[in-house]
Design a protein. Structure first.
Length: 173
């Protein structure tokens, strides 16, 4: 059963392993970087200090950590946030766990946190992520042309937005 739990210090070694995996990094908007474990722990400590504007959850498939899903840049005035997902476990990427995790986080976003808008930015070439987000109700809102440098070239990113009412309409079908 897929479920979410808040990120803990014990999860950091697994997440660090995923961030060192160039195959995992290739599908994400950020560049591949060698990140030492101490840097990863410092990132975690920074998260703990900024929990009012971030939600970081690990994605679990029964007792196995398979991914990380987050809301960042939470703005309680505009009631908006940025969404991010990383399924680091190879089997998890093939099993549809990202769909379930994204559904769970959308429920949390709109029902528990009472936000009204989520934005996600996806590499234009990551068609699986685009399809997943469209399935959830995200709408393409624009293109950030040549906005990231990865693997020796500048790449476009697609900005996608999900409004609470669009998500609710999809749920009611």
């Amino acid at each position: 059963m897929i479920h979410l739990k808040e990120l803990t210090r014990d999860d950091i070694p697994t997440i660090n392993k995923w961030r060192q995996d160039q195959e995992v990094s290739a599908g994400l908007g950020g560049p591949f970087r060698f990140i030492g474990i101490e840097t990863e722990y410092a990132w975690f400590e920074n998260y703990l200090k900024n929990r009012n504007t971030q939600v970081r959850c690990c994605v679990w498939d029964d007792d196995k950590l398979v991914g990380l899903i987050s809301l960042t840049s939470i703005d309680y005035v505009s009631r908006s946030c940025e969404a991010h997902i990383l399924i680091g476990d190879e089997e998890g990427r093939k099993s549809g766990v990202g769909i379930v995790a994204s559904e769970l986080m959308a429920e949390h976003t709109f029902f528990n946190m009472n936000l009204r808008r989520a934005t996600i930015t996806v590499l234009e070439e990551n068609t699986a992520a685009i399809k997943l987000n469209e399935y959830l109700g995200y709408v393409r809102e624009g293109v950030l042309r040549q906005s990231v440098y990865k693997q020796g070239e500048y790449k476009n990113q697609i900005i996608m937005g999900l409004l609470r009412e669009d998500y609710m309409a999809r749920r009611d079908v």
